[in-house]
Write a protein that binds this ligand. Structure first.
Ligand code: NDP
Length: 246
C-alpha cells in the first residue's frame, strides 16, 4: 500500500503546510482527517476535497489537550476504519532573544510544539500497535539544525521532538512503526505573522519570507514522499529548504 487509500490524520491542517499537505495527499487518493482549532477553515477544506472526489473529515483539535488528539484518532478509526499515518504538524513560533524572558511564548511553544506531539503519539500509538502498522510524521525545522539567535526556544522544542522520535524509533524496531522528522527551512505560511511582536521586525520577517520562502506544496510533496514508501522503508529525517537559504 502506498498513499492511495491510506487514512492520514493531520494536525494544524487549517493553514500553511498542513493545509497544503491535506490537499496534496487527498489529490493522491489518501483519506484525510483534519485537525485544528479554526474549524471554519477545516470545514471549507473538507468541502473542497469532497467536491474534487476525495474523502475528508474535520475535527476541532487543540493539540494542547490530549483528549482532542484522541478525538482526531477516533474519528479516523470510526469513520474510515483505521489510521495509517499521523502527521504532527501543528506548531507555533515566538521569536525573541532568551534575555527578553518571553515566558508566555516559551510555554506556548513547549505546549504546542512538544507536548502536542506527545499527545498525538499517546492517541495514535495504541491504534498503530493494534493494527500492526503505523507511521508518525512530525514537522520539525531547520531551526534545530542551524541554531541562530532569537530562535533558541523554538529550536529547542523542535529538537526535543527530533530526539523523541529517534528514541521511539529505537524502541520500535519490530517493523510495525515508521517514524519521520521533516525539517523545513523557510516556508511561506502564516507562522511568521504571529512569531514576532515588534511590527517593524515582523514586516521585515514577512518580506524576507515572501521573497525566500518555499511554497508549502513543496513540503507537502516531501511528506507524501515519506508516506509513499514500501512498509519496510523508513525515511527517518528529511531536510527541505530554499536553495538560497543560508
Ligand atoms: P501556519 O501558522 O500557517 O500553520 C500552523 C498550524 O498549526 C495552523 O493550522 C494552526 O491551526 C495550527 N495550530 C497552532 N496552534 C495549535 C493548537 N494549539 N492546536 C491545534 N492546532 C494548532 O504555519 P506553518 O504551516 O508554517 O506551520 C506548520 C509547521 O511547520 C509548524 O510546526 C512549524 O513550526 C513548522 N515549520 C514552519 C516553517 C516555516 O518557515 N513556515 C519552517 C519550519 C518548520 P489553528 O490556529 O486553526 O489551530
Amino acid at each position: 500500500m502506498t498513499i492511495r487509500g491510506k487514512v492520514v490524520a493531520i494536525t494544524g491542517a487549517s493553514s500553511g503546510i498542513g493545509e497544503a499537505t491535506a490537499r496534496h495527499l487527498a489529490d493522491l487518493g489518501a483519506v484525510v482527517v483534519l485537525g485544528a482549532r479554526r474549524t471554519d477553515r477545516l470545514d471549507r477544506l473538507v468541502t473542497e476535497i469532497e467536491a474534487a472526489g476525495g474523502q475528508a473529515a474535520a475535527v476541532r483539535v487543540d493539540v494542547t489537550d490530549p483528549e482532542d488528539l484522541r478525538s482526531l484518532v477516533t474519528v479516523a478509526v470510526e469513520r474510515f476504519g483505521r489510521l495509517d499515518v499521523l502527521v504532527g504538524n501543528a506548531g507555533v513560533s515566538s521569536i525573541s532573544p532568551v534575555a527578553d524572558l518571553d515566558t508566555k511564548g516559551w510555554s506556548a511553544m513547549i505546549d504546542v510544539n512538544l507536548k502536542g506531539i506527545l499527545h498525538g503519539i499517546a492517541a495514535a500509538l495504541p491504534v498503530f500497535r493494534r493494527q500492526g502498522s503505523g507511521h508518525l510524521v512530525t514537522v520539525v525545522s531547520t531551526s534545530g539544525l542551524k541554531i541562530v539567535p532569537t530562535q533558541a526556544v523554538y529550536a529547542g522544542t523542535k529538537n526535543a521532538v527530533r530526539t523523541l522520535l529517534e528514541g521511539l524509533r529505537q524502541e520500535s524496531t519490530d517493523g510495525t512503526l515508521r517514524t519521520t522528522s521533516i525539517s523545513p527551512g523557510y516556508v511561506r505560511t502564516e507562522l511568521i505573522d504571529n512569531a514576532v511582536d515588534d511590527p517593524t521586525a515582523r514586516a521585515q520577517a514577512q518580506q524576507h519570507m515572501a521573497t525566500l520562502g518555499l511554497d508549502p506544496l513543496s513540503v507537502a510533496r516531501a511528506i507524501a514522499f515519506t508516506i509513499d514508501q514500501p512498509d519496510d522503508v523508513e525515511i527517518g529525517d528529511l531536510t527541505i529548504r530554499p536553495t538560497r537559504q543560508g
